[in-house]
Design a protein around this ligand. Structure first.
Ligand code: NCD
Length: 313
């Protein structure tokens, strides 16, 4: 595979290969010298047209741990703010010899365009496009679920996961539904009717509107941020009403089996989709998700850039 654009690009074997490679690469992070020579001489460009904390830093750390040269390109402060097109930006990166371009863009489909238009020769990794997909987030979520609930190996057959909240604007939800399905998990989406995407009945998952009903028997609940910046209308009456019906709090945590964990891709709106006590509880794994994101992105870069030719971990 040359690009990673969608979680649907990954077969079960591909997904397991990424997760197993990430498990191996995670051992590098535990060493005092956190570096492998695998991608020495390769250039990874982080091309971010949208704000990001975790994802951008995570890709940067991942590439650096594999000894790649990293160029961080933020649209703010570049010629993009002078109106330069995606095409001209891509041609510039190509001229500078980028082996991989990690792209986050506000337009759904931008990474696909970058990968297929013939502007660049390297690999394209989708780091979040509009409301469409965010495949490495789904991989790090799957990695986290596998570690906690499946002993760190194999698939996720039979695992019961609910994804809750602003599904409509969430690229994390779509990528997770696709990947979790590939890995054999059973997914239920829970959201107010106004935040359920059009055509959701064609997605490979169940849907529900009542969070209390959905919690019984779950292995994990994945809370989504309410994406106010993508909302141009009123989708729910008030913050208080939203968190009363769709937020996770201590009472709802107690409705889940004791082994069940809480995930959130970040950034969190504490007090809205998640209460502060749940966010800080032992059953919430957000900090681990961030750490796992580095290992998973190392695996993706390693596998796409064919690092194995130059020495394996
Ligand atoms: C998500 C994103 O940007 O899609 N965050 C992330 O990558 N960690 C989710 C969000 O912004 O709510």
């Amino acid at each position: 595979m040359r690009h990673l654009l969608s979680a649907a690009d990954l077969s079960l074997d591909d997904a397991l290969l990424v997760l197993d490679t990430a498990t191996e690469l995670a051992t590098v992070t535990d060493r005092s010298v956190k570096k492998l020579p695998t991608l020495r001489g390769r250039t990874v460009v982080n091309l971010f047209f949208e704000d990001s904390t975790r994802t951008r830093i995570s890709f940067e750390v991942a590439a650096k741990r594999l000894s790649a040269d990293v160029i961080n390109f933020a649209a703010k402060g570049s010629s993009v703010s002078k109106g330069e097109s995606l095409k001209d930006t891509a041609l510039t990166l190509e001229a500078m010899g980028a082996d991989a371009v990690v792209v986050r863009h506000h337009a759904s489909g931008a990474p696909h365009r970058l990968a297929t238009a013939g502007w660049i020769g390297g690999s394209v990794v989708n780091a979040g496009d509009g409301t469409h997909e965010h495949p490495t987030q789904a991989l790090l979520d799957a990695y986290t679920l596998r570690r906690h609930l499946r002993g760190g190996s194999g698939d996720l057959a039979g695992l019961r996961v609910a994804i809750v909240g602003d599904i409509l604007h969430s690229r994390v939800a779509r990528s997770n539904v696709l990947l979790l399905r590939t890995l054999g998990a059973e997914v239920t989406l829970v959201a107010p009717p106004t935040l359920m995407p059009f055509g959701v009945e064609t997605w490979p998952c169940a849907t529900g509107f009542d969070l209390d009903d959905a919690l019984d028997g779950l292995d994990a609940v994945m809370m989504l941020r309410v994406q106010a910046e993508r909302m141009h209308a009123a989708y729910f009456p008030s913050t208080a009403e939203y968190s009363r019906r769709y937020g996770i709090d201590a009472r709802r945590l107690a409705l889940m089996p004791e082994h069940a964990i809480v995930l959130h891709p970040g950034p969190m709106n504490r007090g809205m989709e998640i209460s502060a006590d749940v966010a800080d509880s032992e059953r919430a794994v957000m900090v681990e998700q961030v750490a796992n994101g580095v290992s998973v992105r190392m695996a993706v870069l390693y596998l796409l850039l064919g690092g194995q030719k130059e020495g394996s971990p």
